[in-house]
Each structure stands twice: as C-alpha cells, then as structure tokens.
Design a protein around this ligand. Structure first.
Ligand code: ADP
Ligand code: MG
Length: 386
C-alpha cells in the first residue's frame, strides 16, 4: 500500500467504476495518539495528531434513494443499498462506516438522497491508526459540504462517534474523530474529553530533527474487544467506589486514599488513568517549553503504565518499544486501544534505518510475524482535496 493519496487517482477510479465524474473528493486522515490512552472515556485528556495517511472518498449524488459503494480495499465489489430502508441493525461490513455516517446525518435532518461513493484509503486497517474514523470523517465532511448542512467541526466529531457507537457498535470516545477533523499541519490536538474543548499544540518534529516511527505489529488479538470493555468496566467501578462522576476527577494526590478503597487490580487500572492524564498535561507543557525532543521520558512512562498497571500491552508491542529504546529512540509506547496494533517511537531522523532494522531483526529472532514499519508526520485534518 502506498502512503501517497492522489486525488486524481481517486477521481479516476470513481469514473472507471461508475462511468461518471464525481462531484468532489474529500479526505480525512488517520491519527497517532501521541499520549493519553484510555483516558477519553474517563473524561480525561488526549493528545493525538493527524498523520500523512488518509481515507479519501469520491462522491456523486444521484436521483432516487439508492447508494452504491466501492472500496479499493480488497475485491469486494459494489455494495448497493436503499437509503430509505437503512436501519441501525442492517448495516454491516465496511459499508457500516460510511453508511453509518449517512444514517446519523439523516437522523439529524440532513437530507441525503442517492449517491455513488468510491473509497480509497492509505491508512492501514486495524493497525490502531484509526482507519475507521478516517472513513467516517471523510464522509461526514463530504456530505456536510454537499448538502450545505453547516455543521461545525465539533458536531461532525459527534456524527462520526455516533456512527461508530450506534451503527458499527464500537464503544469508542471522541479521540479519533477529533484528531481527524480538528488537526492542522505540524500540530497535535490537545483535547479535553469532558468539555470537548481543544487546543492545537505545535509539534514540529522535522525542525527538531525527529520523526515518529510506527511499528504495526500486525497483531489483532481476539480479546481486544473484550479487553477494552473490561477496562472500561474497571474504570466505571473505580469511579463508583471513589464517589466521582469519572476518573477525571481523581488526581495523583488522591491515589493513596484510592489504594485503601479499591481492590488491587482496580486500583492499578485507576492509577493508569490518573497518571496518564497528568502525563498528557505534562507533555503539553514540555512541548511548549522545550519542544518534542524533551517528551521521550513521558512517552516511555506511559508505556510502562499500560504494560504494568492497565495490562493492555502484548509481547510484540513490548519488544517494539524496548528495541526502539535500545537503538536510540528518545521515547516509545504502544498507541491505540492495546492488545496489538501499533507502537510509536520518537527517534532522530538519522536513526530511522537503524531502529527499523533492529526492530525487524528482534521480531525475527522472537519468531513474531514481521511488522510494518513506517514514519509518520503531523498532517492537516479533513478537507476537500479535489
Ligand atoms: P482501526 O480504526 O484501528 O484501523 P477498526 O477496527 O476500528 O480499526 O476499523 C477497521 C475497519 O474499517 C475494517 O475492518 C473495515 O471494515 C474498515 N476499513 C478500513 N479501511 C478500509 C478500506 N480501505 N476500505 C474499506 N473498509 C475499510
Ligand atoms: Mg477504529
């Protein structure tokens, strides 16, 4: 899969498939969460940035209520649906992402009739880089503009989240869609998940001679979904026992008391969320004061917390992190929901080849599937590209 996303290619693919030119092409990026894991549904803080890989949709509106959807991904043919017959439970497979967004927008009163849609994405699917939100945000941005719906970026975030929660059935927060919609080039998005307030934080990796290397372990553990739900349940239990609306309301000073009130495992889950929120705040402060070269220790501490307290890492992610650190990374951590997916390492540009080779060799030695390793840089959010 090439990382480049050529609007002309997407438009030409649409034309080849449907025999007409599209009304436009819209793109929305995947994201890397720099720090702040599992804090979103605890009304806490996250710091993602949009990456230079995106989902693009070419769309042409048609008469009637029929939608036809095609993705360049795999060989799945044309999916044809009657939009008037769309219901939450009948959408399945990859089209649940674009159709979920259309369904939510229609629920909100945006009048969307028939259309043809061609999807091409350079965000690897299931790697923890949010290929799903990229699709949702591209489609939401497209129809917001095509129908003149006038929804704000924050409203579009919630449209994507509702599609993911209510149609796809994934109980996710607003992190992914916020990153995909609110990012600007060269910045990360500091997001308060309680208030949905956000602030752009300069993240000029190139100027500091740094890059973020993504190691996609290709691991998709069967217990990822169950593990995610179990962690959410632990956090809810922790908040209930501690008598707070959410773990956002607990800070480091409250941990000793929490230790006396919670069972050992729930306490460690709570400690991860509490310390992770503080690490996000610290990362924002350090980026402001000293720049990206100084945040490595916070990234690595975040990984240790997820490995030991939240227990959502896996041997492949730990190996990627440890190997990167041993070969010159300033910091490294797993990113995304856990139990597989990707790790990120903050490295000097000059170390890219050495770190990549070391991680590949370590995976081969351990008998793990070869990972995909690639650099990402902060990129702009969702937009019309043609
Ligand atoms: P992530 O968002 O971390 O990549 P998810 O499981 O949330 O992982 O979303 C992956 C799903 O998104 C895939 O199973 C597929 O349904 C859909 N998807 C991702 N990329 C594409 C694509 N290029 N074409 C069609 N569907 C895609
Ligand atoms: Mg996803």
């Amino acid at each position: 899969m090439s990382a480049s996303l050529d609007p002309a290619f997407v438009a030409a693919s649409f034309e080849k498939t449907f025999g007409e030119t599209p009304d436009g092409v819209w793109a929305a990026p995947g994201r890397v969460n720099l720090i702040g894991e599992h804090t979103d549904y605890n009304e806490g803080f996250v710091l993602p940035f949009a990456i230079d890989r995106a989902a693009a949709v070419a769309i042409r509106r048609r008469e009637g209520s029929t939608a036809r959807l095609v993705s360049s991904f795999g060989d799945q043919g044309v999916v044809t649906v009657d939009l008037d017959g769309l219901s939450q439970d009948t959408m399945s497979g990859w089209t649940a992402y674009p159709l979920g967004v259309v369904w939510v927008l229609r629920q909100m009163g945006v009048e969307i009739g028939g259309f043809d849609l061609y999807l091409h994405s350079t965000v690897p699917s299931g790697a923890g880089l949010s290929s799903s939100a990229a699709i949702e945000c591209a489609v939401a941005t497209a129809f917001n503009e095509l129908q003149g719906a006038g929804l704000s970026l924050n409203e579009l975030v919630l449209v994507g989240q509702r599609a993911e929660n209510e149609v796809v059935g994934a109980p996710t927060g607003i992190l992914d869609q916020s990153a995909s919609l609110l990012s600007t080039d060269g910045h990360a998005v500091f997001l308060d998940c309680r208030t949905q307030e956000s602030k752009l934080v300069p993240l000029d990796l190139a100027a500091a001679g740094l890059l973020i290397l993504v190691v996609d372990t290709k691991v998709t553990h069967a217990h990822a979904t169950g593990g995610y739900a179990a962690r959410r349940a632990s956090c809810e239990l922790g908040a209930e026992v501690l008598g707070v609306a959410s773990l956002r309301d607990v800070d480091a000073a409250g941990l000793p008391e929490a230790a006396g009130l919670l069972d050992e495992e729930t306490f460690r889950r709570v400690r991860h969320i509490v310390t992770e929120n503080q690490r996000v705040l610290d990362t924002v402060a350090v980026l402001d004061d000293a720049g990206p070269a100084a945040i490595g220790g916070l990234l690595t501490a975040s990984h240790a917390s997820m490995r030991d307290d939240f227990e959502i890492s896996c041997p492949e992610l730990d190996l990627a992190v440890d190997t990167a650190l041993a070969h010159g990374a300033l910091g490294a951590r797993m990113t995304g929901g856990g139990f597989g997916g990707s790790a990120i390492a903050l490295i000097p540009v000059a170390s890219q080849a050495a770190v990549g080779a070391a991680v590949l060799a370590a995976f081969a030695d351990a008998g793990f599937t070869a990972p995909d390793i690639f650099a990402v840089s902060p990129a702009p959010g969702a937009r019309k590209i043609s």
